[in-house]
Design a binder for this molecule. Structure first.
Ligand code: BMP
Length: 226
């Protein structure tokens, strides 16, 4: 139940950093998330073949927050280079916003993931005051998943109690941001997103770190679910 965030550090000169980590991890994790750091640094065309024969989740994390037509256009472009899921902010609203994006995602076979709460403290300032509305939007458009913070398991529990098993909960914040592996899963998340705690080490150690993380998830799950 692990998704790896591939955000290259500032001093890495080539997209090989991403592709090598993807290759050593693809058979043991459920998916990958690629966001602005990799796309700003290396563009998008190098991604063209990366996910070609990959069955897992390939999530484009540009946290779309625009009018519906432009988000839909971007999502289609992301689909065309091999992503099968996109993340968007729920706060742009339904009408001519998420509504349009959701329709195009359905048509193109893209999984839509809406941000309903974030892992940093600042999420409490504005975003978390509207969790109910954001979750309603996710349900209304039939969103495949939502992002909710591993750093605040009570928020995950609350969202799970609202959505039942209809919507996947994807939780960042494990490792560098402080949450322990498995804590979000115990609170009701379907996947934990882990980036730097796995990826910011030498390539030779990346697989071992991911294995360790998967083991810790399992142990924690055994304790909380039996
Ligand atoms: P790390 O494990 O290195 O902290 O990475 C977390 C990843 O999850 C990053 O790619 C970040 O953009 C993303 N993320 C997050 O940390 N908190 C959120 O609320 C939403 C995110 O997408």
């Amino acid at each position: 139940m692990l998704i790896v965030a591939l955000d290259p550090p500032i001093n890495v000169g080539s997209e090989k950093w991403v592709t090598e980590r993807y290759k050593v991890l693809r058979d043991i994790v459920k998916g990958f998330k690629i966001g602005l750091p990799a796309i700003v640094k290396y563009g998008i065309n190098w991604l063209n073949n990366l996910f070609k024969d990959y069955d897992g989740l390939s999530i484009a994390d540009l946290k779309l927050a625009d009018i519906g037509d432009i988000m839909a256009l971007t999502a289609t472009m992301l689909r065309n280079v091999g992503f099968n899921a996109v993340i968007a902010h729920a706060f742009v609203g339904y009408e001519k916003g998420i509504e349009v994006l959701a329709k195009v995602c359905e048509k193109e076979g893209i999984k839509l993931i809406l941000v309903v709460s974030m892992s940093h403290e600042g999420s409490k300032e504005f975003i978390d005051r509207h969790i109910d509305e954001f979750v309603d939007t996710a349900e209304r458009v039939g969103s495949w998943g939502v992002v909710a913070p591993a750093t605040r398991p009570n928020v995950i529990q609350y969202i799970r109690s609202k959505v039942g098993s209809k919507i996947k909960i994807i939780s960042p914040g494990v490792g560098v941001q402080g949450a322990e592996p498995g804590a979000a899963l115990c609170a009701g998340a379907d996947y934990e997103i882990v980036g730097r705690a796995i990826t910011y080490s030498d390539l030779e150690k990346v697989r071992e770190l991911a294995h360790g993380l998967l083991e810790s998830q399992k142990k924690r799950l055994l304790l909380c679910r039996g």
